[in-house]
Ligand binder design. Structure first.
Ligand code: PMP
Length: 404
């Protein structure tokens, strides 16, 4: 059970006003707000344990290193990884996908090969592959999206062929809210011996994820979308694959021995973590994951699903409302358009009422093209949102409609 009033008190920003109105924050898919414990963890790390990690023999450096490495253990446990060596700290999902695309392509992809992505990917699971495709000559194949906003699974099956070397797919769409049948995708790809990478930016904060049970070969997510700080994220990779992949960046930390003739690389996961890492970010991310686990992902998923059903019920009562994405399997994201009102006009006017939503293409331009729309208004929910806030959103939309 979620005690939403108690939870809201953990988030100082939720108490503020915008344009003299109580803040209604419905832009959680872009970033989540931070509980006081995460803010305190950042402050505490800088006040008491700040020192560069891994290379120091002095007390503070060792303490900071221990805390960062404990954070790696926490992440590993949170997503059910096989070992801590499989957890690479990055700046976020975008950097995780760039690391993966660059290193995987160098190790495994050549001209004539194929990588399957889908028509509902965020640009960060499209463009890194395009950059590497231009370098190595492999092709991108795209799973089409149906009118309901689901992956066309028959088309997916027919795309799998001996040239396919990787499937890279989002777990949850940041636009449609669709939860993709990721287990099914993985088991079908694996039956052809093809590894699967999952963009978990929109799933990890909302659904209990166990990468081993899912069988994911790679899994990426961002700290800031799961109540942690900005600038820290994770790439999980299966050890056996990571070991065959070359480093992404060169520099300190990622080496074993450097000479001008020959350099050898560090072991996992450090091989992929060049330079001073955001150790404060990883420490505070661990605090965020503890916080989420204390509330419980089952309780979160149930509460957010109720909230989402309530919102869908309320919004569809509004004449002229068009919901973009109607999958039965959905997470806490609702995209919509109302009559002929441009999404940015709707967003700007809702903002004046204190309601924060996101508008535009949501970094998924190919999906907008597929749906034949320039963009959407997107409301996205967290366990700290309430039904009363959804009532405010719905009344706000009616009010904006009345202005046109
Ligand atoms: N993938 C998805 C599905 C996302 O929603 C986002 C963030 N909007 C990203 C990737 C990129 O995440 P970040 O900007 O934190 O790197």
């Amino acid at each position: 059970m979620i005690d939403v009033e108690r939870i809201r008190r953990d988030f100082p920003i939720l108490g503020r006003e915008v344009y003299g109105k109580p803040l209604v924050y419905l832009d959680n898919a872009a970033t989540t707000q931070k509980p006081q414990c995460v803010i305190d963890a950042i402050s505490e790390a800088y006040c008491n344990v700040n020192a560069n990690v891994h290379r120091g023999i002095h007390f503070l450096s060792q303490q900071a290193t221990d805390m960062m490495e404990a954070a790696r253990d926490k992440v590993s446990q949170f997503i059910g990884a096989g070992s801590r060596e499989e957890i690479i700290f990055t700046r976020g999902t975008t950097e995780s996908m760039n690391l993966l695309a660059s290193s995987f392509a160098q190790a495994f992809l050549k001209e004539g090969d194929e990588v399957i992505i889908s028509g509902m990917e965020h640009h960060s699971n499209i463009v890194p592959w395009q950059i590497q495709a231009a370098r190595y000559g492999f092709k991108l194949r795209i799973i089409p999206v149906t009118d309901r906003g689901e992956l066309d699974m028959d088309a997916f099956r027919s795309l799998l062929n001996p040239k396919t070397k990787l499937v890279s797919i989002t777990h949850v769409s940041n636009v449609l809210g669709t939860v993709n049948p990721i287990s099914e995708i993985i088991s079908q790809a694996h039956s052809h011996g093809i590894p699967v990478a999952v963009d978990g930016a929109q799933s990890v904060p909302h659904i209990k994820v166990n990468v081993k049970e899912l069988g994911a070969d790679f899994y990426a997510f961002s700290g800031h979308k799961i109540y942690g700080p900005t600038g820290i994220g994770v790439l999980y990779g299966r050890k056996e694959l990571l070991e065959k992949m070359p480093p992404y960046q060169g520099g300190g930390e990622m080496i074993k021995r450097v000479t001008f003739e020959k350099t050898t690389y560090n072991e996992l996961p450090y091989k992929f973590e060049a330079g001073t890492p955001d150790y404060v970010g990883s420490i505070a991310l661990a605090t965020a994951l503890d916080y989420v686990q204390e509330i419980g992902l089952d309780a979160i998923a149930q509460y957010e699903s109720e909230l989402c059903d309530y919102a869908l019920g309320k919004l569809t009562e509004i004449p002229g409302m068009r919901i973009i994405g109607n999958s039965d399997h959905r997470s806490a994201v609702i995209s919509f358009l109302v009559g002929n009102i441009h999404p940015s006009d709707m967003g700007t006017l809702l903002d004046r009422l204190g309601i924060a939503v996101r508008t535009g293409h949501h970094c998924a331009e190919p999906l907008m093209d597929r749906m034949g729309i320039p963009g959407t208004v997107r409301a996205s929910f967290s366990f700290y949102n309430t039904k009363a806030e959804i009532d405010t959103l719905s009344a706000g939309i009616e009010r904006v409609k009345g202005m046109f």
